[in-house]
Design a protein around this ligand. Structure first.
Ligand SMILES: Nc1ncnc2c1ncn2[C@@H]1O[C@H](COP(=O)(O)OP(=O)(O)OP(=O)(O)O)[C@@H](O)[C@H]1O
Ligand SMILES: [Mg+2]
Ligand SMILES: [Zn+2]
Length: 295
């Protein structure tokens, strides 16, 4: 999420667990085991709410991915089956962000020691927030950064390409004015969004069961299964080809767009992946910068 200060990025991220389905018993066991190993199972209370971890950007590498004198799981494992929220993303050290790439790819986190290796599970949903530039206000109507264009380009360049490639939804969060809050807009409740998420997940689980796949969600499907379940119709395929060339998608980006499009189609209860689902998926992948250019 990219947006100016006070636009509600941190607030939105904190609400994410409330629209996710509760932990299944097996997941709950894994989450509890990690918390227990980390010495964080306060009073032995178990809850089926998904973890939400928000380490500060000053967190050490060991705190993030695990390690230390006595090896213990890091934030990325404590967020297993839940959300890892990195607020002020460009403020994290490049080394810490790099260390997240492997867990994001494999769903576990390996800690190498002098004479052994420990692996903790780390299947997470990564959510990150940042201001568009160092001063925070680039792009706001009537505002000019003291350092000009470079305020934004330098700040955004702190996020490496390989990490960005693993982020499927890049959204601009516009500033909220007090008058926006005074107008009593009817908003959908978290509970009703959670219901839509649960429906989409049921569709996915049943489809993957029929195929005999081991994954239960689109997100966890290997590329071969993604190609099988997210085959777009002719118009969708044409759009995807075009966008892949224009936006120079990597192979990873290509499969990730297909996954997102499949999930959008599931949310709209559509059997086939159409042009409209791909267009939406592709739009989430375009950087804020490209969005600005396209506008
Ligand atoms: N859409 C909204 N509806 C209701 N309240 C909002 C909304 N957006 C922001 N707020 C209010 O503004 C406060 C600040 O939002 P939040 O801390 O999430 O902003 P932020 O985008 O994380 O800012 P920063 O970049 O400074 O971290 C919230 O605690 C909330 O009270
Ligand atoms: Mg914030
Ligand atoms: Zn600026």
């Amino acid at each position: 999420m990219v947006g100016p200060p006070g636009s509600g990025k941190s607030m939105l991220a904190q609400r994410l667990p409330s629209i996710l389905p509760p932990l299944a018993p097996k997941e709950l066991l894994e989450v509890s085991m990690i918390a227990s190993v980390a010495g964080e199972l306060g009073e032995g209370k178990l809850t089926d709410r998904r973890p939400f971890r928000a380490p500060h950007h000053s967190a050490s590498m060991a705190a993030m991915v695990g390690g230390g004198l006595r090896v213990r799981p890091g934030e990325v494992s404590l967020a297993h089956h839940g959300v890892l929220f990195l607020d002020e993303l460009p403020e994290f050290t490049p080394q810490t962000l790099d260390a997240l790439r492997q867990p994001l790819e494999t769903g576990d986190c390996a800690i190498a020691r002098a004479n052994h290796r420990v692996t903790y599970p780390a299947r997470i949903q990564l959510v990150a927030a940042m201001n568009p530039c160092r001063c925070g206000m680039s792009g706001e109507p009537g505002y000019r950064c003291l350092r000009g264009e470079r305020c934004r380009t330098d700040y955004q360049a702190r996020i490496s390409g390989p990490l960005l490639d693993r982020i499927d939804f890049r959204i601009e969060v516009p500033a909220v004015s007090a008058s926006d809050l005074i107008r009593p807009d009817k908003a959908e409740t978290s509970a009703s969004v959670a219901l839509r998420v649960a429906c989409a997940r049921t569709i996915q689980r049943e489809r993957l069961e029929r195929l005999g796949a081991s994954a239960t969600t689109n997100a966890h499907c290997p590329p071969s299964v993604v190609e099988e379940i997210a085959r777009p119709d002719a118009a969708g395929l044409a759009l995807l080809k075009d966008a892949s060339e224009k936006l120079a998608f990597s192979a990873r980006a290509y499969h990730r767009v297909l996954k997102v499009a499949r999930t959008l189609a599931d949310l709209y209860a559509s059997e086939t992946v159409g042009r409209i689902h791909l267009a939406e998926a592709i739009s989430y992948r375009m950087s804020a910068e490209r969005m600005a250019q396209a506008a």
